[in-house]
Design a protein around this ligand. Structure first.
Ligand code: SF4
Ligand code: MG
Length: 327
């Protein structure tokens, strides 16, 4: 089977008052139906920009795709007009965000909001659509859904609001769901429940799932593969197990070493000394070199490309000159 989504060498730029900023610099990955890919990295590494580019949601007119391809259903949607891609996304590619309150409309009852896609896209009448909304709210685990369907967003907890967003996202049975930090605003117990819900829904529907997170612990049990981003590039990709057991790039290695061995959940990805680069002035050569304890001369001049280090598992690639020597 061809992958559901294949991103190849994606390049995105933003025009800012301080100059042109390269937010994505040759990002490649793929997701298959029924598979979960985690896209991991610190804030500003390009995770959300990647999702925005796929969904044709880059801020306009500042953000634009300047290179690469986004293959979906045999089409390169990076080359299609924004309007056409958004139409495709409305039925086939859904997205949920960190803060459900900003995505829910405070003045409409939750039931009406969940029912909306059935009325607008499936032509159902109000009663039918509310019936569907009720089914979905039950499925995502809203207690007393029959009565709560008439409540407003502020009457629900943060975790319940995220469940409601998930209900809306899966309403039209998308083939791909992109979840951008879906549990970051929630406490640890609720995070795990939401992750379990997403995993269950995926198993039921066979959809592809992209989980964007800064938290390696949260995704470890649900994702099969990961792409780890740094300064707008994928620096390591492969199966989650393989990356966690044998990281082939110093950045993920450092992140993983900073996770406590018990109860990895909730750990923030900021333990490596130094800070992520300013994208207006990305370091020469390997963008990680100012923070890398293994850096040598070649790291300051030559950009490392993604490749499989000798002896590593198939599909496991890293962008580091020294994977074999030091890792
Ligand atoms: Fe460190 Fe060099 Fe590898 Fe970059 S290429 S991660 S600087 S060793
Ligand atoms: Mg983000």
């Amino acid at each position: 089977d061809p992958p559901l989504l294949r991103v190849e060498g994606l390049e995105v730029e933003f025009s800012t008052s301080a100059g042109v900023l390269r937010a994505l610099d040759g990002v490649s990955f793929e997701v298959r139906a029924g598979e979960t890919l985690a896209i991991l990295g610190e804030s500003g590494s390009g995770k959300s920009v990647t999702a925005q580019a796929v969904m044709a949601l880059l801020p306009q007119p500042a953000g634009s795709i300047v290179g690469g391809r986004i293959w979906y259903g045999g089409r390169d949607i990076a080359a299609e007009p924004v309007k056409q891609v958004r139409k495709l996304c409305a039925t086939e590619i859904a997205m949920i965000f960190q803060d459900p309150l900003s995505s829910l409309n405070p003045v409409f009852r939750v039931g009406d909001q969940v029912a909306e896609p059935f009325r607008r896209r499936r032509g159902m009448d109000k009663r039918q659509a509310l019936g569907k909304a009720l089914e979905l709210l039950k499925r995502v685990g809203i207690p007393n859904a029959e009565t709560r369907i008439r409540d407003y967003p502020h009457q629900f907890s943060g975790g319940q609001r995220q469940r409601i967003m998930i209900a809306m996202a899966i309403a039209l049975k998308p083939r791909l769901l992109i979840a951008d930090e879906p549990t970051t605003a929630l406490d640890v117990t609720v995070q795990a429940q939401i992750m379990d819900l997403l995993a269950d829904l995926q198993a039921e529907t066979g959809m592809g799932l992209i989980l964007i997170s800064h938290d390696l612990g949260v995704v470890a049990d649900v994702a099969q593969r990961a792409a780890i981003m740094y300064a707008g590039r994928v620096v390591e990709t492969g199966s989650i197990r393989e990356i966690y057991d044998h990281p082939a790039h110093p950045y993920p290695k450092g992140l993983l070493e900073s996770i406590p061995s018990e109860g990895a959940r909730g750990q923030r990805l900021t333990p490596i000394s130094g800070s992520p680069p300013n994208l207006l002035a990305v370091p020469s050569g390997c963008p990680f070199h100012p923070r890398c304890e293994f850096a040598i001369d070649v790291c300051r001049t030559d950009v490392p490309m993604l490749r499989r280090p000798e002896g590593w598992e198939a599909g496991h690639e890293a962008a580091c000159h020294r994977s074999e020597e030091v890792l």
